[in-house]
Unconditional design. Sequence first.
Length: 293
Amino acid sequence: MALENLAGSETAQKPEAREPEKEKTDWIGEIKSIALLLLAVLAFHSLVAKPFYIPSVSMMPGLLVGDRLIVSKYPYGWSWVSPTFHIVPRVSGRLFGSLPERGDIVILTPKDASADWIKRVIGLPGDTVELRGGQIFLNGQPVQQEIQPDLQVPIDANSPCGAEFPGLQGTNDSGQPVCNLPILRETLPNGVSYNIIDLGPKETDDYAPLVVPEGQVFVMGDNRDLSADSRVSMRNGGLDGPIPWENIGGRAEFITFSLDGSTTLNPLTWLSSFRSGRAFTSLRPDKAATTTK
């Protein structure tokens, strides 16, 4: 009996196993982590690089509606237009700035606006810019233009070849519907070369000589007859002359991917809507080995 009592006593004294306590979620810490992540993303977008979407035909043939790009923020320094969001009033000036080169494709913010535009830099401070019959004259010298074969751009929802390109619809050798775009190869004095579209005589083909003021640049779209740029008055939706250098927010670097506009809620369309052959296309213009000033 004594042994039984002793055994029972030992059993009674054995502590019961406790379930481990669940750790409480540190909601304040989680919120701080998310906030820091968001700040890091915003800082990267504002200071290093950000994505950009092409919404119009003004930079065809190099850029199509539906192209997604990467824009670097640092090549020209930083200004008020650089941040993704603006929490302070507009201020002038630029930090660690350097001028674009002629031929650079840049993201800019028009005067008294907040939306980003994309254009090509043609004239730098001190340049005299003039257009005669669609040909650029820089400092009195004609910019070289060479006729190229028509470019056949496949017709899709984002490139319909509609009213803006009358009579240019056709088919390629495979019977696929295409837009036959008249192309000129333009070469600036620094050797930068790129293709432009010239649809024929237009009001914007002539522009009186203008000296680009200090701290400003003259920009144009590659689709010369369908671009509201430095040639076009603000009343007509353009930039009304050269733009302040500090209004440039970055330089277009390369296409990440391109969509033809056929994407729907059906996941089967997500892959088929990708345009082939456009991903990772560089947007840095070709440059001749030997250049002139």
